[in-house]
Design a protein around this ligand. Structure first.
Ligand code: ADP
Length: 508
């Protein structure tokens, strides 16, 4: 049986997962690593910690494979390819000669370059940036983080210009380490999150590089997300193994959900929600302040060179709302307890919870909005509030879904789901009811790792095309909408009234 090793480098932990040809998980290992918060709003990772934990879990996985084969040291030889999925936007700068980082990595959550983004916005650069990158001018993305490192680390700018330093998101960093510095590369999906790549040409853009003062000499080569892009040195896992798939975590999950055709979408229910919709070879510009991004480059069913674009939107407070009920209000003991509590009442009694704890994201974008609980009566109980919290997750996702449908001008026929909170059946039923389309939960919900395993397996002949993978993707449960259309519309309209009441609350 041929095995593919997926490395899933996340924000709080590094994971490795081995998949067999049927797309089933056969070994898994995970390690957390330190988060550094040197100042308010700053978030850093030690890139060496990331490499060390990632290598350790990969080795653990290989060991587990060997044990499964009666102790023979065969684990590594069964592995035909490595795929890499990674936390996106996080910025690493290192020395080419030694592979040593010159500073801690600046994590996607880090807000230190907010003022720089505001400066560029006042200079009228936001429209140009949106047109070329599909993104909003925000500290979240890599460009201003890299600019900050080049300016603040002593000597970095001169060394970068002399070609001594390399920049990369986490995918590039891991590829560089795995290949012992032989390959410095990234895929178009990861590059699309830097603010430096033109998503229409799929190349680094000189005008953007000039705007952010980034020398070309630091940049990785952009290579397809699926293809032979290097070989992990034999000393790491006991054999030389091709690296054949790369994708940022959300893009990987979209691929792992087999959303290969335009109009297919997935939503991941974790701390927040991430919804991505495949728009095919079209980069659809959003009128609702969603992001336009590259999903992956080749293989697409029928054409290995094709690029798939996506619309992307996120909900800030999804599972985090459940955490607030658990920790802030102590209304439930564990997150899954919310389901029974919410199911103990037939409806919310017209109560709405707007979880704008950190402002509202797409499509409302109001940084001054704050959380609101409206419609309370003497009859309201904790069960109604718990139910309203679950509905809020589904309603925010429905808002994103609506924005995507309007932007793309496509009808979506279903929504594929994954992430920790997707195990909540009541939430998934609410989601189907509030979307008016079926919600489908797959058997394998490790879609991020599975997605890069698929990308790597397609490049190495384990699978022959999207059709074969799509056939393998199996449904755990399908939730059909049960709410009549007028009732659905009324509920969404009522939610919009509640959202209006949460807006502009914070005065500074
Ligand atoms: P992340 O990757 O963002 O850490 P996970 O995919 O692990 O998130 O999901 C964890 C989140 O999902 C937590 O915020 C938790 O509150 C929420 N969650 C987990 N199980 C349930 C459940 N059964 N019902 C509702 N929310 C849940």
């Amino acid at each position: 049986m041929r095995i593919i090793l997926a490395l899933d480098q996340g924000t709080t932990s590094s994971r490795a997962m081995a998949f067999d040809e049927r797309g089933q998980v056969v070994a898994l290992a995970q390690r957390e690593f330190a988060q550094h918060f040197p100042r308010p709003g700053w978030v850093e990772h030690d890139a060496d910690d990331i490499w060390d934990t990632q290598l350790a879990v990969a080795r653990e996985c290989v060991q587990k494979l060997s044990l499964a084969r009666s102790g023979q040291a065969q684990g590594a030889h069964q592995i035909v390819a490595i795929g890499i999925a990674n936390q996106r936007e996080t910025t690493v700068l290192w020395e080419r000669a030694t592979g040593r980082p010159v500073a801690r990595a600046i994590v996607w959550q880090d807000r230190r370059t907010t003022a720089r983004c505001e400066q560029l916005r006042s200079a009228g650069k936001a429209a140009l940036i949106q047109r070329k990158t599909g993104l909003m001018l925000d500290a979240y993305f890599s460009a201003t983080k890299l600019e900050w490192l080049l300016d603040q680390v002593p000597g970095a700018r001169a060394r970068a210009e002399a070609g001594e330093l390399a920049f990369g998101t986490i995918d590039s960093w891991l590829i560089f380490k795995l290949t012992q510095g032989r390959v410095h590369a990234t895929d178009p999906g990861n590059a699309a999150r830097t603010l430096l790549m033109n998503i229409h040409t799929l190349d680094w853009d000189d005008e953007l590089l000039a705007l952010f003062h980034i020398p070309r000499a630091v940049l990785p080569r952009i290579v397809p997300s699926s293809g032979m892009l290097g070989e992990a040195a034999p000393q790491w896992l006991g054999a030389a193994i091709p690296i054949a798939g790369v994708a940022g975590d959300q893009q990987a999950a979209t691929f792992g959900q087999a959303c290969f055709a335009p109009g297919m979408a997935k939503n991941t229910y974790g701390t927040g929600c991430f919804m991505l919709m495949n728009t095919g070879t079209q980069a659809v510009a959003s009128r609702n302040r969603l992001l336009t991004t590259v999903g992956w480059q080749g293989p697409a069913p029928g054409d290995a060179r094709r690029t798939a674009y996506c619309l992307e939107g996120s909900v800030f407070m999804a599972g985090a709302t459940v955490q607030w009920l658990r920790d802030g209000l102590q209304m439930i003991r564990t997150a899954p307890d919310i389901e029974a509590l919410a199911a103990s009442v037939p409806d919310t009694g017209d109560v709405y919870l707007v979880p704008a704890f950190a402002g509202l994201g797409a499509p409302d974008w109001d940084g001054r909005a704050r959380g609101a609980l409206v419609g309370l009566t003497r009859g309201t109980t904790r069960a109604h509030i718990a139910r309203a919290a679950l509905e809020a997750i589904a309603l925010q996702s429905a808002d994103l879904f609506g924005a995507m449908v309007r932007d793309a001008g496509m009808q979506l026929t279903e929504l594929r789901v994954d992430g920790g909170a997707s195990s909540n059946d009541l939430l998934m039923q609410m989601q189907a009811d509030l979307l008016g389309v079926p919600v489908v939960r797959p058997q394998v919900t490790e879609t991020t790792a599975l997605g890069v395993a698929y990308l790597a397996g397609l490049a190495t002949g384990v699978w022959c095309g999207g059709a074969e993978i799509a056939a393998q993707w199996a449904v755990d449960r399908r939730f059909e909408p049960r709410l009549a259309e007028p009732a659905r519309r009324a509920r969404v309209a009522r939610w919009r009234e509640a959202v209006e009441r949460s807006r502009g609350w914070a005065k500074k």
